[in-house]
Design a protein around this ligand. Structure first.
Ligand SMILES: Cc1ncc(C[n+]2csc(CCOP(=O)(O)OP(=O)(O)O)c2C)c(N)n1
Ligand SMILES: [Mg+2]
Length: 578
């Protein structure tokens, strides 16, 4: 019997091990959803906003390394996918988006809901094609899937609604499309050059990123051979920080001073699988060796003397035998000692003052980290939750951390938790959400209910777009447009059918979080946190200090002096000068 385009598409997904598709149906997608229903075996994960479908698929792909799928109907339906697809593509995780389209014979007539998906998705995909003829299937789908897997990113298949129902040529077969494992390393001459640089340096520092996934042992081995402190970019945290005596923390705008120091004081920098973007944080005038599996990434952030194209795992395996083990650990010792001092200071900031209200966000993050399961998956919103997660969530090699690390979109944590929980049903999934972030895709609380996903949503409710306020302060701008007049999020959660509780005082937090984590279903804990918590970057530039002074002066002039007093009350007792 002949198959339709939709049937062969679903058969290809099934043969490739796809277990679920996130999305919202619509007229033009009906052929596909109907084929999915008839075939069985692939779950339809019904979200409330297509952006959430794309974020959920991105999170699933980040956690599993396998292809995850989302789908949306024509025009506005698939337009809503775009922000989540940008996130997936920029994180280089394999996602397939099935974007249905208006009827093929109407294209170009400004038909109802008409857009041009191949143009729209161009920038957020590694492959994007229109299936105008049934004969293109399943080949175009296979290419999209393979490209998403091989290049890491989004493959988009645009299918006019009527084409889904058309027959494909007889004999068309569903071929499984799976990741193809490989060994990728630089040539011997490049490795020898890198070894020469590293062997003649005295103070090597390693900057490690998400490319260290699956290469923890290699990272520890090379750090040991080089007696090198290891700092990480945020996305590398879950792969780098645990069981790592070379760890000196994170650098960057939301990092802290020890990570910055380790870069500043090195006489050679080894970058392992990182695209850390902030150029002012890189050292100047020292040789840089960069390992990245994508050659085109090398040298984008800092001039690179020795480019090494390969995976961290395979490259370090090949490089290590060429390294003369260093015996002088002075650089490592200095940097790790500095880190221990910085860490102790940060940990003090996270201590509870029992009756304190509003709560210190540090205390909240540290308590979430302490009470969460040993194999918990955390998703963290862009905004100050990122800062607190970076500083206070302890990773252990099993726990996972998902964020919008490269795209930096708000409202990522809740939809990513949907993908995390749907694909990892046995594990605890906890969001660190902003009040701005959770409100932005608030409807996804209903998805937790509908899909019976026992996600624990923890809201850092500071009544503001606090991260933006920090940016404004650092730029010398009076804070404006950042107030959030919030409803009772816990009440909303209860109305939706979730466990919902509000925490006003530090002393209440432990018990409420424990109850939420123990609850057999989705839960939201709305925590009143301090709006004026300062989180200074490890390196304050002259411009930022000037900016801060300017902000203070302007705030007083604009009659908002109370805000400064709150700020001082929240922060000055914690201020320490090195
Ligand atoms: C979609 C989107 N819109 C705007 C921004 C700019 N932005 C970055 S952080 C932030 C504030 C986030 O507020 P909230 O979720 O309340 O977290 P907070 O920083 O207050 O803890 C904003 C508006 C963004 N990154 N993404
Ligand atoms: Mg906020």
């Amino acid at each position: 019997m002949a198959s339709t385009v939709a049937e062969i598409a679903v058969a290809t997904l099934k043969a490739s091990g796809v277990q679920r598709v996130y999305g919202i149906p619509g007229d033009s997608l009906n052929g596909f959803t109907d084929a999915l229903r008839r075939a069985g075996g692939i779950a339809w994960e019904h979200v409330r906003h297509e952006e959430a479908a794309a974020f959920a698929a991105a999170a699933e792909a980040a956690l599993t390394g396998e292809l995850a799928v989302c789908a949306a109907s024509c025009g506005p339906g698939n337009l809503h996918l775009i922000n989540g697809l940008y996130d997936a593509n920029r994180s280089r995780v394999p996602v397939l988006a099935i974007a249905s389209h208006i009827p093929g014979d109407e294209i170009g007539s400004e038909y109802f809901q008409e857009t041009h998906p191949q143009n729209l998705f161009q920038e957020c995909s590694v492959y994007c094609e229109l299936v105008g003829e049934p004969e293109q299937m399943p080949r175009v789908l296979e290419i999209a899937m393979r490209t998403a897997l091989a290049r890491g990113g989004v493959g988009v298949v645009v299918v006019p609604g009527d084409v889904f129902f058309a027959d494909v040529p007889s004999g068309a077969k569903a071929v499984p499309i799976r990741p193809a494992p490989s060994v990728i390393r630089p040539d011997d001459a490049s490795l020898a050059t890198a070894a020469q640089v590293l062997n003649s340096a005295h103070r090597v520092t390693i900057l490690a990123g998400a490319g260290c996934a699956g290469a923890h042992q290699q990272l520890i081995d090379i750090a040991g051979a080089l007696q090198a402190p290891v700092l990480h970019a945020f996305r590398g945290k879950e792969f780098v920080e645990y069981d790592n005596r070379f760890d000196v923390g994170m650098t960057g705008l939301i990092g802290f001073s020890s990570g910055y120091r380790a870069m500043e004081h090195c006489d050679a920098l080894l970058m392992l699988g990182t695209d850390f973007p902030y150029r002012p944080f890189y050292p100047r005038g020292v040789p840089v060796i960069q390992v990245d599996v994508r050659g085109e990434q090398i040298g984008r952030r800092v001039p690179v003397d020795v480019p090494l194209v390969g995976t961290v795992r395979d490259t370090v395996d090949a490089l290590l035998p060429l390294i003369t083990a260093k015996t002088d650990s002075a650089h490592l010792d200095r940097m790790t000692a500095h880190y221990r001092r910085a860490r102790a200071r940060l940990d003090r900031l996270a201590e509870s003052r029992r009756a304190r209200s509003p709560l210190h966000p540090q205390y909240l993050a540290a308590t979430v980290g302490k009470l969460a399961a040993e194999d918990a998956i955390f998703t963290v919103d862009v905004g100050t939750p990122c800062i607190w997660a970076a500083r206070y969530l302890r990773m252990n090699g099993i726990r996972r951390l998902v964020g919008s690390f490269n795209h930096g979109s708000m409202a990522n944590a809740l939809p990513q938790a949907i993908g995390a929980q749907a694909s990892q049903p046995g594990r605890q999934v906890v969001t660190l959400s902003g009040d701005g972030g959770v409100a932005m895709l608030l409807g996804e609380l209903i998805t937790l209910r509908q899909l019976h996903l026992p996600v624990k949503v923890v809201v850092f409710n500071n009544g503001a777009l606090s991260f933006v306020e920090l940016e404004m302060k650092a730029a010398g701008i009076v804070t404006y447009g950042t107030d959030l007049d919030n409803p009772d999020f816990a009440g909303i959660a209860r109305a939706v059918g979730l466990f919902g509780a509000r925490v006003e005082k530090a002393g209440e937090l432990d018990a409420v979080l424990r109850a939420a984590f123990a609850h057999d279903g989705p839960a939201l804990v709305d925590v009143h946190t301090d709006r004026h918590e300062l989180s200074l970057p490890p390196k304050l530039t002259y411009g930022e200090i000037k900016g801060f002074t300017l902000y203070a002066t302007r705030t007083i002039l604009s009659g908002d002096g109370d805000e400064l007093i709150d700020l001082a009350k929240s922060n000055l007792r914690d201020l320490e000068v090195e």
